[in-house]
Design a binder for this molecule. Structure first.
Ligand SMILES: Nc1ncnc2c1ncn2[C@@H]1O[C@H](COP(=O)(O)OP(=O)(O)OP(=O)(O)O)[C@@H](O)[C@H]1O
Length: 289
């Protein structure tokens, strides 16, 4: 197993009296997808903010390449090779695809330092092609693209600008089934390109399709930390759903409405009931099984 690029040891963060994160340990390795799952208020955003340099941790140690590190700003985290793709993406909707790709990092040429548009378009085209993204017209405003395509542009951009760890903040949360599939494929491509991917999600089905490693946060604590070999999709779903709590709820609902059969237990927060993985799903199995 390769040495972790990023390690958290017992990291915690308090906002005044609120312990948003406690005793969180995590390893992110090259060529692996680490999925961080958790309900609302579990501490996922706090974790992202610590790793991406927005907040400092109050307890524990964060290491990058084995060295204890505290990022003073998101820019420092980026320089350290850590890129965060937020759900709202920080893309400018009215700007073209290539302008968005180079936003803040434009290539200039000549004495007058004018924008080298042709070169930027060519690089943008090549980098998207490497990820298998085909956008025929790079002059098109990003706002006119699908949510899945926008996520992919943001991922390709992070890779091109030197990310070694990429944090994806619920990239499939606002997407339908097909678009989610597109984004999951690019997560696999980023992993195969050698990045360490942190995939934040509410959805155990999406996580299990691409994940090598799974961490579940609940009320700021890690309640599950398992490698793919140690866990089935059903177990992951049950852990996420809080099997015991749903069992109790199911009894309660049955009691409340006599004669009615309670709804299936494991469907929290509008998520889809867990399908058994079919042969098609295995296409994105990170172990290639
Ligand atoms: N700036 C803050 N000040 C005080 N409390 C905060 C702050 N940010 C987060 N918290 C609290 O910390 C806990 C964890 O919040 P966090 O946003 O990290 O959870 P989350 O898992 O990202 O939730 P969601 O999925 O709803 O975004 C919550 O109880 C939240 O209310």
């Amino acid at each position: 197993m390769s040495a972790p690029i990023l390690e958290l040891d017992d990291v915690g963060k308090s906002y005044g009296n609120v312990h948003a994160l406690r005793g969180c340990s995590l390893r992110v390795r090259q060529g692996e997808v680490t999925c961080v799952l958790g309900d609302n208020g579990a501490g996922k955003s706090t974790l992202i903010k610590i790793i991406s340099g927005l907040h400092d941790h109050s307890e524990g140690v964060m290491k990058v390449d084995g060295e204890a590190t505290r990022f003073g700003s998101p820019r420092e985290a980026q320089t350290g090779g850590i890129a965060t793709v937020y759900q709202d993406l920080a893309l400018a909707p009215l700007m073209s695809v290539w302008r968005n790709f180079f936003l803040g990092n434009e290539i200039r040429t000549g004495l007058l330092r004018v924008l080298d548009i042709e070169r930027m378009k060519q690089i943008c085209h090549d980098e998207l092609a490497k990820m298998g993204v085909v956008i025929p017209d790079l002059d098109r405003p990003v706002g006119g693209l699908s949510g899945g395509q926008r996520q992919c542009i943001a991922i390709a951009r992070a890779i091109y600008f030197g990310a070694r760890v990429i944090i994806l903040d619920e990239p499939t949360a606002a997407l339908g089934v097909k678009q989610s599939g597109v984004v999951l494929k690019y997560i696999v491509k980023a992993r195969d390109a050698g990045l360490g991917v942190i995939f934040i999600t509410h959805n155990p089905h999406h996580a299990y399709l691409v994940g090598n490693h799974f961490v579940i946060l609940k009320l700021g604590r890690v309640v599950l930390d398992a490698h793919r070999d140690e866990l089935t999709l059903q177990q992951l779903t049950a852990e996420m759903a809080g099997g015991q709590e749903l069992e109790e709820l199911s009894h309660e609902l049955r009691g409340a409405e006599p004669g009615k059969v309670a709804a299936p237990a494991a469907v929290p927060h509008g998520q889809v009931q867990a399908p058994e993985l079919g042969p098609g799903d295995r296409a994105t199995d990170p172990e290639g099984r």
